[in-house]
Design a protein around this ligand. Structure first.
Ligand code: PMP
Length: 361
């Protein structure tokens, strides 16, 4: 089989070394004669895996000591409901910045639980999408929190600037860009991320919560989603997704061995630049996001002649370039190039794109 590069937006490719390690110890882990997924989450062996994963994640992101790190069920959307239930009463308001499908989704869910207010939306100028200034004024300090999505996976929009919210805690859905760039965790109230892009398999989510926000949950918050309860039980109030947690731990070790988040960020800058350069150098491909807000993780592009879309996808597949079809909402193509995607994958894609443009331009 020739080399395959998988550009799926999620569940996405994991580092090859991680998959090989998991394969090697799949049926006989640590010489126990069984798999890590077949042992108790309360066994000393699993607790060690769990604690090591948490510690490595803390080190990778420089998580300050006054933050809980939780390994939760329910993926990214689970947190769309957990956030309002944990941080506010039904009578309170929360601010939502709408920049694409996932922040829209978070807003729609939050509306069920509290007074969710839209404080900004993307704008289109000269055909390019951009994000307005992210500021809460002095008369907007009553919000229980300010929610935004720093990387919109579907639309390929990334926000690198931190919102200026005064005393209102910032909540960020980092499902598709966590660990891809350096961040200052101390600036956030809550960071959450579904695992299936830069962390591990789907179903798991990582939640990082500032301790002073742990006592704000309403009484009706389900216990397994309750940040304080989860903190008290070290994310084992109910049986956690143990295999996903173990794999996340392998990914964190891989990140550490490969230079950590700073090194990933450099590699991600390089990969994204390569791909956007290829898109911009001719009129054959188009990207409609303002350069300041182009995602490093999810690079969307359209063929100027969309009648060629099917052929492009067929030939890409034949060339070993998988899952390039854009999300149905936006159409066109999308290359998701998370941490695990090697530079070689992106350069193979750009070579293919140039060949295709020469043959059909
Ligand atoms: N937020 C973002 C930014 C996402 O990309 C996704 C999934 N693609 C979600 C939330 C939802 O995650 P899940 O399907 O795990 O609930």
């Amino acid at each position: 089989m020739s080399k395959i590069f998988n550009f799926c937006a999620g569940p996405a490719m994991l580092p090859v070394e991680v998959m090989q390690k998991a394969q090697a110890e799949f049926v006989n882990w640590q010489n126990l004669g069984c798999s890590v997924m077949e042992i108790s989450h309360r066994s000393k062996e699993f607790i060690e895996v769990a604690e090591q994963a948490e510690q490595n994640l803390r080190n990778l992101l420089n998580v300050p000591a006054n933050y809980s790190v939780l390994f939760a069920h329910g993926g990214g959307r689970g947190q769309f409901s957990a956030v309002p239930m944990n941080l506010a009463t039904a009578e309170q308001s929360a601010a939502y910045l709408l920049t694409g499908s996932w922040s829209d989704g978070a807003f729609n869910e939050a509306e069920k639980y509290l007074n969710a207010k839209i404080v900004g939306r993307t704008e289109t100028h000269d055909g390019l999408v951009s994000v307005p200034k992210l500021i809460l004024n002095e008369d907007e300090q009553d919000f229980a929190y300010y929610h935004f999505c720093p990387n919109e996976t579907v639309e390929g929009i990334e926000i690198s600037e931190l919102p200026q919210t005064g005393n209102v805690p910032i909540v960020a859905d980092m499902s598709s860009n966590i660990l891809s760039r350096q961040i200052d965790v101390s600036q956030y109230g809550v960071i959450y991320a579904g695992a299936q892009k830069n962390i591990g398999p789907s179903g798991l989510s990582v939640v990082i919560v500032r301790e002073d926000l742990l006592d704000r949950a309403r009484d009706t918050t389900p216990s397994f989603m309750h940040y304080q309860t989860m903190t008290k039980y070290q994310s084992m109030y109910n049986t956690p997704p143990t295999y996903a947690w173990y794999l996340a731990g392998l990914v964190f070790k891989w990140l550490k061995a490969n230079g950590g988040v700073a090194a990933m960020e450099q590699k991600n800058i390089e990969k994204a630049a390569l791909l956007y350069r290829c898109i911009d150098e001719s009129d054959f491909y188009l990207n409609k996001v303002h350069p300041d807000f182009r995602s490093r993780m999810n690079v969307g592009f359209h063929l100027a002649d969309n009648k060629l879309d099917e052929l492009f996808l067929q030939q890409a597949e034949k060339a070993g370039l998988r899952a390039l079809k854009g999300h149905r909402i936006v159409g066109g193509m999308r290359a998701s190039i998370y941490n695990a995607m090697p530079l070689e994958g992106v350069s193979t894609l750009t070579e293919f794109m140039r060949d295709f443009a020469r043959s059909h331009g």
